[in-house]
Design a protein. Structure first.
Length: 541
C-alpha cells in the first residue's frame, strides 16, 4: 500500500519507489564507503527508512533525533518499509531539536546523516549553516563522515551551490552524489573519501544489504557509479565564489522561500552534467575492478548529459533531438533503473500529447529502439502503468534464457580439463564462455577459481566477487576468496571468507590445512582457532 507522511500538508516521506531510493541511499552510500561505522546519528526520522536501511550493516548504535512526536507515531505505519526500525534494540529515538542535541551531548559518531525538511521551512535553515556543520564536525570521530541531503527542486541554483560551499568550508573532502533527478547527498569528511570497489562487493554479499538494494533495482556494486557526480576537485570553480551560510547572516532563511514556486533545477543540472567526476580509488587505477568502475562513472556522466540535453531540446520543441538524446541516454544508462523509468515516463507522456502521425511514429520508434538496447524496458513500462512487472538483472539481458548448448559444452570441457590438472587449457575454455556470456554466475565462478590457480589472486578476485554477489552463501566461492585474499596478504578478508565458507558447510579441514595458499595465515591466532574448534568438535563426537 502506498503511504505518505505529510507535515502541515507537505509530504516529507513516503514508500513510493523514488522516495525509497532517496531515503535508502542516504544510509547505503555512506555505509558502503564506510562499512566499519559502528555509531550513527540520524537527524530527522521521517518514515524511518534511512535509519532502518543503516541496520543492514553491522552498526552497534543509532541515535535518531526527531523534533516531532507525531512523526515518530506516524513512522509506525511504515514498518514494512523501515525494517522495524522503531523496535530494534540498536536504535534510540530522541525527541529533541537536532542542533541542540548535538551541541549539548558529547557523543562521538562514525557517521552523521542529516535529512531535515526543505530549507524554505521555518527554522530549518539553521541546519545548513557553517556553525551547524562545525558542531557536526566536533561530534565525529577521527575519519568520521557527514551525509547531508539536499534537493534541486524549488531552490535557487546559487543556494544549492552555497550549501555545498558551506560544507566545503568545514570539511576538507566532499563528494556529491545524485539520488533521484532532484535529490542529492553531500558527503563531508576531514579524511579523503575513498571508493573501495572490493569493499562494495563485500557489503553487497551481506544478505540484508542485498535485499534492500534489490528492492530499489540495485543488484550490483557497479550500479553505484550511476549515482556518483563529483568531488571538491571538480566543484571548486563552481562553489568558490558562493556565499558561506552563517548564523549571523541567515541568507538561506529568506532566499529559499522566494524560490518555492520557481524552478532553477535545470540551471543546477546544467552545471552538474558538465562535471567529469572521478572519485578517489585505492590501489592501481588500471586494476580490473577500478577500470570497470571508472568506465561506468564515465558512462553515467554521459547519461546525465544526454538527459539534460533532452530537457533543453524539449524547451526548444525539437522532438527529433529529444528522441535522439533519449536513445543516447539509454545506451549509457543500461544499468540505471532511475534513468530507465524516467525514459518510460517521458515516452508515455510524449505519446499522449503528440498530435501528428509522424511524431507518434517517431516516439514509437524510439521506444522500440530503447527496448532493443534494454530488454527490461518493457517491464519498466508495465510498472509505470501499474501492471505486474518482474525485473531481471542485468536489465540488458533476459535472465530467463537458459545456457546455450555451446556455452554448456564449454563449461563442461573446462570442468573436465580442470579435473585432470590441465588448468591452463581449462581457463582458455572458460574465457571463451565468458566472452559469450559475461554475466552468468556459474561462468564467473569458474573464471575466478581457474584464474586463481593459473593467473594469481589479482586476476581471480574480481570474478569471484562478481559471482559472490549472485551467490553469497556459496561455500566454494567463499573458500576460494579466502585463498585469494590469503595469497594477497589480506588476513582480515581471508579470515572473513574462510569463516563464512565453514558456516555454509565447507568442513573439510584437511583441504584447508594442506592448501599452500593459506601459508600466510599459519601464524594467525584466528586461523589456528578454526582447527582447535575442529579438534574439540571431533572429541565431542
Amino acid at each position: 500500500m502506498l503511504r505518505a507522511l505529510r507535515i502541515n500538508g507537505k509530504p516529507d516521506a513516503s514508500n513510493e519507489w523514488g522516495d525509497m531510493i532517496t531515503q535508502s541511499l542516504l544510509a547505503h552510500i555512506p555505509l558502503l564507503l564506510k562499512p566499519e561505522a559502528k555509531e550513527i546519528c540520524n537527524i530527522g526520522l521521517g518514515a524511518g527508512v534511512t535509519a532502518g536501511s543503516a541496520l543492514a550493516y553491522p552498526v552497534e548504535k543509532i541515535d535518531v533525533v526527531e523534533i516531532s512526536a507525531a512523526v515518530v507515531e506516524a513512522a509506525k505505519y511504515f514498518e514494512e518499509s523501515n525494517y522495524g526500525v522503531l523496535t530494534d534494540q540498536r536504535v534510540k529515538i530522541h525527541l529533541a531539536d537536532a542542533r541542540n542535541f548535538l551541541l549539548l551531548k558529547n557523543n562521538q559518531y562514525d557517521l552523521i546523516i542529516s535529512e531535515p525538511s526543505n530549507p524554505w521551512m521555518s527554522g530549518i535553515a539553521n541546519l545548513y549553516t557553517r556553525e551547524f556543520f562545525e558542531i557536526v564536525r566536533s561530534r565525529l570521530k577521527p575519519g568520521g563522515m557527514l551525509c547531508q541531503w539536499i534537493h534541486s527542486y524549488s531552490l535557487k541554483a546559487d543556494d544549492f551551490a552555497a550549501i555545498i560551499r558551506t560544507i566545503a568550508d568545514v570539511f576538507q573532502y566532499i563528494q556529491l552524489w545524485e539520488l533521484m533527478s532532484t535529490d542529492f547527498l553531500i558527503l563531508g569528511s576531514n579524511e579523503q573519501i575513498i571508493v573501495d570497489i572490493e569493499s562494495l562487493y563485500h557489503s553487497f554479499a551481506r544478505l540484508p544489504v542485498a535485499e534492500i538494494l534489490s528492492s530499489i533495482n540495485i543488484n550490483d556494486p557497479m550500479q553505484m557509479t550511476n549515482f556518483y557526480v563529483a568531488d571538491s576537485r571538480q566543484m571548486v570553480s563552481w562553489i568558490e565564489n558562493q556565499k558561506i551560510l552563517t548564523d549571523d547572516l541567515p541568507y538561506l532563511e529568506f532566499s529559499a522561500p522566494r524560490y518555492l514556486l520557481k524552478n532553477e533545477h535545470l540551471k543546477i543540472i546544467e552545471v552538474i552534467s558538465n562535471f567529469d567526476g572521478i572519485p578517489a580509488l585505492p590501489g592501481d587505477p588500471n586494476s580490473i575492478l577500478n577500470k570497470e568502475f571508472l568506465q561506468s562513472v564515465e558512462n553515467a556522466g554521459k547519461r546525465r548529459k544526454f538527459l539534460y540535453q533532452a530537457n533543453v531540446s524539449a524547451l526548444q520543441r525539437d522532438l527529433n533531438s529529444v528522441m535522439g538524446n533519449f536513445i543516447q541516454a539509454a545506451l549509457n544508462g543500461t544499468s540505471d533503473a532511475r534513468a530507465i523509468q524516467a525514459l518510460v515516463q517521458e515516452l508515455l507522456a510524449y505519446r499522449s500529447v503528440v498530435k501528428s502521425t509522424k511524431d507518434r511514429e517517431l516516439v514509437d520508434k524510439t521506444s522500440s529502439i530503447i527496448s532493443t538496447i534494454i530488454p527490461d524496458f518493457v517491464e519498466f513500462q508495465k510498472a509505470v502503468l501499474g501492471e505486474p512487472a518482474k525485473f531481471y538483472w542485468p536489465f540488458t539481458r533476459d535472465s530467463r534464457t537458459e545456457l546455450s548448448l555451446e556455452l554448456q559444452k564449454l563449461i563442461n570441457e573446462a570442468d573436465q580439463l580442470s579435473k585432470i590438472g590441465a588448468k591452463q587449457q581449462a581457463l582458455k575454455k572458460a574465457e571463451e564462455a565468458f566472452k559469450i556470456a559475461p554475466c552468468y554466475p556459474s561462468i564467473l565462478k569458474l573464471m575466478g577459481i581457474l584464474s586463481l590457480d593459473v593467473a594469481g589472486e589479482e586476476k581471480a578476485i574480481p570474478y569471484l566477487l562478481k559471482a559472490l554477489v549472485c551467490s553469497p552463501n556459496d561455500n566454494e566461492l567463499n573458500y576460494n576468496l579466502a585463498r585469494a585474499y590469503s595469497a594477497r596478504g589480506d588476513r582480515d578478508s581471508a579470515m572473513h571468507f574462510i569463516e563464512t565458507a565453514i558456516e555454509n558447510g565447507f568442513n573439510d579441514y584437511r583441504i584447508i590445512e594442506a592448501d599452500v595458499m593459506f601459508k600466510p595465515l599459519q601464524d594467525d591466532e584466528r586461523f589456528q582457532k578454526l582447527f582447535d574448534k575442529r579438534k574439540n568438535d571431533d572429541r565431542i563426537h
